[in-house]
Design a protein around this ligand. Sequence first.
Ligand code: KMH
Ligand code: ZN
Length: 312
Amino acid sequence: MSSPGRKVIISCAVTGATHVPTMSEYLPLTPAQIRDQAIEAAEAGAAIIHLHARDPADGRPTPSPDVFRQFVPAIAEATDAVINITTGGSTRMTLAERLAYPLQAAPEMCSLNMGSMNFSIHPLAAKVSSWRYDWEKDYVEGMEDMIFRNTFKDIRHILLTLGGQGTRFEFECYDLGHLYNLAHFVDQGLVKPPFFIQSVFGILGGMGADPENMTLMRTTADRLFGRENYQFSVLGAGRHQMPLVTMSAILGGNVRVGLEDSVYIARGVKAESNAQQVRKIRRILEELSFEIATPAEARAMLGLKGRDKVSL
Ligand code: KMH
Ligand code: ZN
């Protein structure tokens, strides 16, 4: 439970590439919307801001460095939060496209998916009768046949290139096997502690949101890495978000919220902003006597290189 001195890191994933504009009018799409929601989330208590870019014209995911540069420097200017850039991008992007901005920016942190999978929300398409933009229907339905790819070679490439620039990683583990994939790279000497392990629950194609799975991930990570060598964190998709991330804190871990992972704030109620989710999990954690990590404390816990060594 809450042990004295232990701080909980709140990450906020502001927009992602999973949800499409039709799914929530509050999903930030333009650079200005992403910037404003990210800043508000940081002010609400998120120590880490995880970012994807979207095409300002129609909200489709884009890897364009020009678009990233329309909001990332402004977020860094306005907040002390750790900037975490996706390397997953979307299933439609090549590895080179996904890495274009991270390699230029050399951020303190990037996400890194620890395997390949058929990450999909295609069943949601059947619930939509009218789409806001013409690309969305094919995008969501097409996930049924898309691989969200990170082969061992891709992961090694990311570790050597981005990791070589001092960027550290949010290791996204969607299944038990992904912990073993991380252990493989530890054995190879390509990653060093402290590891930031983001366990992902409730995505179709990955492990389900049953609480028992979290204890399995936690105890397996303890065995593979040693608890002193890693920070555990959890994100839960959709309605699983708040209960599962709360359980992570109870298991000694950290939390991730944000509209990338869920567009809801309560059953059937859309979140009106990312900050609203940050404020909610903060309230829950503080009621349970957990203390929230500042960006400086998160940097120390995760061994990050510091804001002065990035070129956003
Ligand atoms: N969409 C999340 C479940 C990434 O950006 O590289 C995982 C994620 C992956 O954030
Ligand atoms: Zn992401």
